[in-house]
Design a protein around this ligand. Structure first.
Ligand code: HEM
Length: 286
C-alpha cells in the first residue's frame, strides 16, 4: 500500500507564488491539524464513554447519549451498534496517520498494518450500523434509515475497494478509494460539527427531538454527500497558482473554518464529550 504520492502533504511542484502561496498552504495545514485533533478528541470520548461503561457492566448508559441504543432484549442489534462504536473510534484515530506521506514512504510496513486494521474497522463500523438499522431502525425513522443505510453501504464498498486495489498493486486507484473512505469516516465527526454550527447560527431552526425537522432531514445525507464531492474534486485536482487575491480569500475561509472547529470542539468537549469521557472511565454519575 506504499505509494509515493502524499495526500495531505500534496503540494504543487513549485511553491505557489510567494507570501500568498505560503498563506494558503499554512492555513490549509492549520485546518487539517484542527480537524485531526478534534476528531481524536471525539474518538477518545467514544472509546472512553461507550467502551468504559460497557466494560463496567453498565452498557444501558449508552442511552444517555441517544435513546434506545442499548436494548438488553435485542442482543444482536445492541452488539452490532456496540461494535460500530469501537470501530468508529479506531477509524477516527487511525485515518490521519494513514494519510501522512512520510509515514507511508519511510515505514511502509506500518502503513500496511494500520491499513488492514483501518479497512476491518470501516467494515465493522458500516456493517454494525447497518445491522442496527435492520434490527431496530434509527431514531429518525425511514428517511434517516435510508440516509445512514447508504452511508454504511458506501463505507463498506470504499473499504473493500481500497483493500482490493492495494492488493492488486493499482496504487492510483487505491489512493482514490482511500480518499473516498477517509471522506466518509470524517462524516460522523462532521455531523456533530455541522449541527453545532447550525445551533450557533440559527438556534436550531428546523430541528426536532425525534430528528423530524426539515434541517434534520437534510442532515441525514448532508454529512457525507458534500465530503464525497470534495473527495472527487481532490482526486482530480491539478494544483496551480490562482493569484494573490484568490489565495488570500481562500486562506481566510480556511482560517475561519479552523476557528469554528476549535470553538465547536471546545464547546462539545466542555459540555458533553469531556464529562462523559470522565464518567465512562471512573463510573461517576453525570
Ligand atoms: C467513523 C465512523 C463512525 C463513528 C465514529 C460513529 C459514531 C457514532 C456514535 C458516537 C453514535 C452514538 C450516537 C451519539 O452519541 O450521537 C452513533 C450512532 C449511530 N451510528 Fe454511527 N458512527 C460511525 C459510522 C457509522 C456508519 C458507517 C453507519 C452506517 C450504517 C452508522 C450508523 C449509526 C446509527 C444507525 C446510529 C444510531 C442512531 C439511532 O439510534 O437512531 N455509523 N455513531
Amino acid at each position: 500500500m506504499a505509494d509515493s504520492s502524499s495526500i495531505v502533504d500534496r503540494e504543487p511542484a513549485e511553491p505557489n507564488g510567494g507570501s500568498h502561496g505560503a498563506a494558503l498552504r499554512w492555513s490549509a495545514r492549520l485546518l487539517v491539524a484542527a480537524s485531526w485533533i478534534s476528531g481524536a478528541i471525539f474518538a477518545t470520548y467514544i472509546l472512553a464513554f461507550f467502551g468504559g461503561v460497557a466494560l463496567g457492566g453498565a452498557a444501558d448508559r449508552w442511552n444517555e447519549s441517544l435513546p434506545d441504543l442499548y436494548e438488553g432484549s435485542a442482543l444482536l442489534s445492541t452488539a452490532a451498534i456496540g461494535a460500530h462504536f469501537m470501530a468508529g473510534g479506531v477509524l477516527l484515530l487511525l485515518g490521519p496517520v494513514q494519510l501522512i506521506g512520510s509515514v507511508r514512504d519511510n515505514v511502509p510496513g506500518l502503513h500496511r498494518w494500520l491499513g488492514r486494521i483501518y479497512v476491518i474497522s470501516a467494515g465493522l463500523a458500516g456493517l454494525g450500523g447497518l445491522g442496527f438499522i435492520l434490527g431496530r431502525g434509527t431514531i429518525g425513522g425511514p428517511l434517516m434509515d435510508t440516509g445512514f443505510g447508504i452511508y454504511g453501504a458506501l463505507m463498506v464498498l470504499c473499504a473493500a475497494m481500497a483493500y482490493a486495489r492495494a492488493r492488486a498493486g493499482s496504487y492510483d486507484e487505491h489512493r482514490a478509494w482511500a480518499i473516498r473512505l477517509f471522506a466518509l469516516t470524517v462524516g460522523s465527526w462532521l455531523y456533530r460539527m455541522e449541527y453545532g454550527a447550525w445551533f450557533l447560527a440559527s438556534g436550531g431552526i428546523g430541528t426536532a427531538s425525534g430528528f423530524t425537522g426539515w434541517f434534520d432531514a437534510i442532515m441525514m445525507f448532508f454529512f457525507y454527500v458534500p465530503n464525497l464531492i470534495v473527495a472527487e474534486l481532490f482526486i482530480r485536482a491539478r494544483w496551480r497558482d490562482r493569484g494573490a487575491v484568490a489565495s488570500f480569500a481562500a486562506a481566510s475561509v480556511l482560517l475561519a473554518a479552523t476557528a469554528f472547529i476549535i470553538f465547536a470542539t471546545w464547546s462539545f468537549t466542555a459540555r458533553s464529550w469531556g464529562p462523559r469521557m470522565i464518567s465512562g472511565l471512573t463510573d461517576a454519575a453525570l
